[in-house]
Design a protein around this ligand. Structure first.
Ligand code: GLV
Length: 309
């Protein structure tokens, strides 16, 4: 029996193989579908941006794992083998890296540091240039959202969070539903999107919702590009409803070189690297799910097919 790794070279499949074999030297691992000698031996697959339909080639597949927190890439494959369970990752290091990114962006904006990087004379000597707004709102209170909330609470930000079902998180004002979203946005200085892409979150951030924010609020999108309506963002930045936006995820990735976001001076762009998948850190949970799948046990971090994440 074997485990197939089908992830892009940029995600370093060899590092994952090394991390898995360091935990269990008996593991049979294939990297890339082109190297699989015996398709019937493949019982578990770890994938990211895999070619559509390839998972149908393995008749004895027991489970498929996304190589990230998101399952949308996996679910976008319309030719997945029926009734093979899907799992995704939930990893502390990935959550720490995400929190670090969000904190860095919020503090850069709060203290206007990018403005000084562009123009050292941005404010008069000795004057303060600090946004007074203290309210952070996080869309998505899953593993990543709750970890980020904890970090902001430690720095005395006021933290709110919105999720599909109402959650209870220590120190966080929790909201859900359409009215809950409006109530939260009205008080928001920094809006952080960490929602997965589902039919419910598609285009959720549009002119109507972003107009509910406090005037001058700052948007960070580190969830999925499809949640934000691209055409709606620029007029909101131009008229000052939003003071700026930091975008890590996009409808098309890499972001096309001619995309209007690239030229806008209030938009900070990063290349979908707010977090990453560290092989050493995630290998134990991949191995655990491999063992569970091959011995018929309950899997960890199962994808909820009804809700799409
Ligand atoms: C990254 O986008 C992830 O889903 O982990």
């Amino acid at each position: 029996m074997s485990l197939l790794i089908c992830i892009p070279d940029t995600m370093k499949p060899e590092s994952l193989r090394f991390a898995l074999v360091s935990l269990d030297s008996e593991l049979q691992i294939e990297i890339g579908p082109e190297n699989v000698q015996i398709p019937s031996a493949v019982e578990f697959a770890v994938v990211w941006n895999h070619p559509e339909g390839i998972l149908l080639n393995y008749p004895n597949l027991k489970a498929i794992s996304s190589y990230g927190h998101g399952a949308d890439g996996l679910l976008s494959d319309k030719k997945l083998p029926e009734s093979v369970p899907l799992v995704r990752l939930a990893d502390e290091t990935m959550a720490e890296w995400m929190s670090e990114y969000l904190l860095a962006v919020v503090l850069l904006e709060r203290r206007q540091l990018l403005a000084y990087a562009k123009n050292p004379g941005f404010s008069e000597w000795g004057t303060t240039a600090r946004h007074p707004g203290n309210n952070i709102s996080i869309l998505g209170l899953g593993f990543l959202g709750r970890a980020a909330a904890k970090v902001f609470l430690q720095l005395s930000f006021k933290v709110a969070g919105w999720s599909r079902t109402l959650k209870q998180v220590d120190g966080v004002s929790c909201f859900s539903g359409k009215d809950g979203l409006t109530d939260m946005l009205k008080e928001t200085d920094y809006l952080i999107n960490l929602l997965p892409h589902t039919s419910e979150t598609h285009n959720l951030l549009n002119t109507d919702t972003l107009k509910e924010l406090k005037r001058g609020a700052y948007l960070i999108n580190a969830g999925r590009g499809q949640t934000l309506v691209d055409e709606d963002l620029i007029p909101l930045l131009d008229d000052g409803q939003l003071s700026g936006a930091c975008l890590d995820v996009f409808r098309t990735e890499p972001l096309p070189s001619k995309h209007p976001f690239r030229k806008h001076n209030k938009i900070l762009i990063t290349p979908h690297n707010s977090s990453a998948t560290p092989a050493d850190s995630v290998a134990p949970q991949i191995l655990e799910n491999y063992r569970r799948a091959t011995s018929g046990c309950q899997l960890l971090n199962l994808v909820d097919l009804e809700h799409g994440y």
